[in-house]
Design a protein around this ligand. Structure first.
Ligand SMILES: *[C@@H]1O[C@H](CO)[C@@H](O)[C@H](O)[C@H]1NC(C)=O
Ligand SMILES: *[C@@H]1O[C@H](CO)[C@@H](O)[C@H](O)[C@H]1NC(C)=O
Ligand SMILES: *[C@@H]1O[C@H](CO)[C@@H](O)[C@H](O)[C@H]1NC(C)=O
Ligand SMILES: *[C@@H]1O[C@H](CO)[C@@H](O)[C@H](O)[C@H]1NC(C)=O
Length: 541
């Protein structure tokens, strides 16, 4: 073991001398490197492993900085600089050393050592944005950290059972047993978008090399697992499918509410129906937006030419419609809650005019979104207003939260009144039934949103985010489905009306064609909702 590492050090030193020994001097670049101090000048013997080569710490930042630059996704550059090797005379070692440099012009080059401020400034100009440039610098720092803190004289060489610690140009992989796969959080260099995303893992295989009898890395690290697009795509597709299911469940209920004449008159039915219509409209808008803008952007391989990037006026209007249709579901929940509260708690209050209710809904639908759109226009927001970069989303979110809070108070008040009624003369079974009925109202009031309103990130893994998003999307779709089931399909009035319609059709059929269908018999059972509102049955819903 001891002999082996001595041989390794000697070998590496020979390599070092060989590079230093060449006496090829090129014209000195414009930048004055006289005071440039290379890394680890008093500790030349520290060696580190990058890809296939063992490199002296003195040259480490140049080599790894070059790799970080060279392997940066070309979409992150305005103009990727060419590179070459260049000889420098270093006084410290009294030696000529070859370094990779970026070619700025015929007379100017930049070093890849990120600690050289002048060079860094020159390299910055070739990057698209500060964000991607910062990712590059982070890569350089991580490389330095890997060499300084994770590599030692011995662990950079594989043995019979392990692969060595290695810098693969993006990530620092630890010493790993043979025939296993090491996983590291993906380098920010690997993500397509430089924005902060949840943590995915890159994979590198440690294999047993039969000839050398040591563990060797598969040179190619698998960074395909770092693509965030497939993760997002799965989530958005799931959302779209659930919104479709919600539409399919809510649509017949809307038709029933519209088609049966007696339902067209009852305020409560009208309000439930409007909530369902608002939910369906929001779903349609969201589906169109997700399909045309978000999923399109995720699927597009072209980084600049998709709908979201083009940021057309039509696309921004669509974004506005998504926002306001979402508001309208909240507005309808508020009005529904308010009316229910009026029927149960404020029994003798004046019946509100339906037109005033409509005006309130319209105002709550559009005013927050108009404020939001105003802010977005003011910030000259891009990306079809789909990405909240300046926190403008709060202007609509705060309206929605206020609505939810009001509804919470209304529901608590309803519960209070019901409890006191039960205490006055009810049995415990009735109390239970009433409680059950009240709990069923929660989707009507939108209170389930509270469960998912605040993103609780346990850790920043993508799985945690997945669970949160799938749960949120399911809850969103379930609201429409619950409202349709509770206030339409499971409602005894509706069932009776449907039975009547069926009977009429049956009579028509038998008169015209002599066909008789079996008419389902009405079952007597209490359901959670009843639209007959006489003054003494108002607790029964
Ligand atoms: C040189 O490197 C060795 C091994 O990495 C370390 O133990 C030692 O402290 C270093 N010496 C100096 C002067 O940095
Ligand atoms: C630089 O990157 C390109 C691909 O991006 C690769 O083909 C080439 O070998 C790299 N150069 C070096 C010296 O690693
Ligand atoms: C470095 O290169 C120059 C020019 O080729 C040469 O004159 C000088 O002797 C070299 N220095 C060393 C230390 O090899
Ligand atoms: C990378 O990993 C993914 C998922 O594990 C796999 O499907 C793919 O084939 C791997 N690619 C390579 C080049 O090994």
């Amino acid at each position: 073991m001891y002999r082996k590492s001595v041989v390794h050090v000697l070998l590496a030193f020979v390599v070092f001398l060989a590079t230093v020994g060449l006496h090829l001097n090129t014209a000195l670049p414009n930048i004055d490197y006289q005071d440039y101090i290379p890394a680890g000048e008093d500790n030349v013997t520290k060696l580190c492993l990058v890809r296939e080569s063992v490199v002296s710490q003195v040259l480490w930042n140049h080599r790894t900085g070059f790799y970080c630059y060279n392997y940066t996704n070309s979409a992150r550059f305005i103009q990727k600089l060419n590179y070459k090797s260049m000889w420098f005379y270093w006084e410290t070692y009294n030696a000529n050393i070859s370094l990779p440099v970026a070619i700025i012009s015929d007379t100017t080059v930049a070093l890849f050592d990120y600690r050289d401020a002048d060079s860094l400034k020159l390299l910055r100009k070739s990057f698209m944005s500060d964000e991607v440039f910062d990712n590059y610098v982070k890569c350089c720092r991580d490389a330095e950290d890997c060499c300084n803190n994770y590599m030692t004289d011995t662990n950079i060489y594989g043995d019979e059972k392990h692969c060595p610690v290695i810098w693969d140009a993006w990530s620092c992989f630890p010493k790993t047993p043979v025939d296993t796969t090491a996983e590291m959080p993906c380098s920010s260099q690997a993500y397509q978008s430089p924005d902060k995303v949840c943590t995915l893992k890159s994979k590198k295989d440690c294999l047993y090399n039969e000839q050398l009898r040591i563990g060797t890395w598969n040179q190619q690290t698998n960074y395909s697992t770092c693509a965030i697009a497939p993760v997002y795509l799965r989530r958005h597709n799931f959302h779209v499918i659930f919104l479709f299911v919600c539409i399919a469940c809510s649509f017949p209920a809307i038709i029933i509410f519209l088609a049966i004449p007696s339902f067209r008159e009852l305020t409560r039915v009208i309000l439930h129906r409007n909530l369902l219509i608002a939910i369906v409209l929001r779903n349609i808008m969201t589906i169109i937006f997700k399909k045309l803008v978000i999923i399109d952007a995720l699927l597009s391989s072209d980084l600049t030419n998709h709908v979201m990037e083009l940021n057309s006026v039509g696309c921004r209007i669509l974004s506005f419609l998504v926002s306001s249709s979402t508001n309208s579901t909240y507005a309808c929940m508020l009005i529904d809650g308010y009316y229910l509260h009026k029927v149960i708690v404020r029994t003798f209050a004046k019946e509100p005019s339906i037109w005033i209710l409509y005006i309130v809904v319209a105002a709550l639908t559009f005013i927050p979104s108009i404020i939001w759109a105003g802010i977005m226009v003011n910030f000259e927001a891009t990306d079809c207003w789909a990405v909240d970069r300046n926190g403008a989303q709060w202007s609509v979110d705060s309206f929605r939260i206020v609505i939810l809070l009001i509804n919470t108070f209304l529901l608590l008040d309803i519960i209070k009144v019901m409890i006191s009624k039960m205490k006055q003369g009810g049995t415990t079974r009735q109390t239970k039934a009433a409680f059950r009925a009240t709990i069923f109202l929660i989707p009507l009031f939108g209170l389930h949103v509270f469960i998912t309103a605040k993103k609780i990130v346990v850790n920043d893994t993508c799985t945690a985010e997945d669970v949160y998003d799938y749960f949120r999307y399911t809850m969103e779709a379930l609201q429409g489905i619950f409202v349709a089931i509770l206030f339409c399909y499971a409602n005894s009035e509706v069932q009776n009306e449907l039975r009547n319609v069926f009977r009429k059709i049956n009579i028509q059929l038998s008169q015209r064609f002599g066909i008789r269908l079996r008419v389902p018999q009405a079952r007597r059972r209490t359901t959670t909702a009843t639209y007959v509102q006489t003054s003494d049955s108002k607790g029964d819903f």
